[in-house]
Design a protein. Structure first.
Length: 68
């Protein structure tokens, strides 16, 4: 008979632990205004633009061939 109250205490403790875990908490962060999307032009994009400009100048300066 001595272990009977301890077993009730153990069952009560195990059943109330999930109930304590369901606390709503702080609610999380409040939504604010989103930051504008910044798209940096890094070295890769600059090199691509420079390559395209060089190719365009090369094509413009080449003499045109006439096909008969």
């Amino acid at each position: 008979m001595r272990y009977f109250p301890k077993s009730y205490l153990l069952v009560a403790l195990l059943l109330t632990t999930p109930a304590l875990a369901q606390d709503p908490g702080s609610g999380g962060p409040t939504p604010g205004t989103p930051e504008p999307t910044a798209v940096p032009l890094d070295g890769g994009a600059v090199l691509l633009l420079a390559g395209g400009a060089a190719y365009a100048l090369r094509q413009l300066r080449r003499p045109r061939r006439r096909r008969a």
